[in-house]
Design a protein. Structure first.
Length: 161
């Protein structure tokens, strides 16, 4: 199934994003109208979305922020170097380094977000109402830390004879 997703989504998306990014890079360097750049953003974003669908990160849109500028900056750097602007090498390497720096940060963000979603809130002393007793607070703290409710001992005498 992963191979099918790779062949159907990731490869065509990467080709589409690369072609559109080359178009954007050339349009910026050669001073084309802004509407051409905006028009080229449509297939670039579509290609990036296809790549994210093929790699399983479609539910994590921050990866688009990291992956979409990479081919644009690399293409822009190449076009800048081709017209003799030395800054093009730095721009191209910036596009190459962006995923290496950004992906771990985005991954850390989503990991922390998942941990916060699974955390059980424990009432702070300011949130405790007078009706809550100390055993109820201890039971909530034990449930939050261990995941198991405390064992209770009944004060009723056993009727099993």
């Amino acid at each position: 199934m992963r191979l099918v997703g790779f062949l159907v989504f990731t490869l065509p998306g990467a080709l589409l994003a690369a072609a559109a990014s080359a178009w954007i890079g050339a349009a910026i360097v050669y001073g084309e109208d802004a509407w051409i750049i905006v028009l080229a953003l449509v297939p670039a974003i579509l290609g990036a979305r296809l790549v994210s669908a093929g790699t399983g990160t479609a539910d994590k849109p921050l990866y688009l922020v990291v992956l979409l500028p990479m081919p644009v900056l690399m293409s822009l750097g190449w076009h800048l170097r081709s017209v003799g602007i030395d800054l093009g090498l730095l721009v191209g390497f910036g596009g190459l380094a962006l995923p290496a720096i950004g992906c771990p940060l985005v991954n850390l963000h989503y990991h922390n977000r998942a941990e916060q979603a699974h955390a059980v809130p424990v009432p702070s002393p300011t949130q405790i109402t007078p009706l809550q007793t100390q055993p109820a607070i201890l039971a909530a703290q034990r449930l939050a830390t261990t995941g198991h409710p405390p064992t209770t001992v009944s004060s009723q005498p056993s009727t099993n004879v």
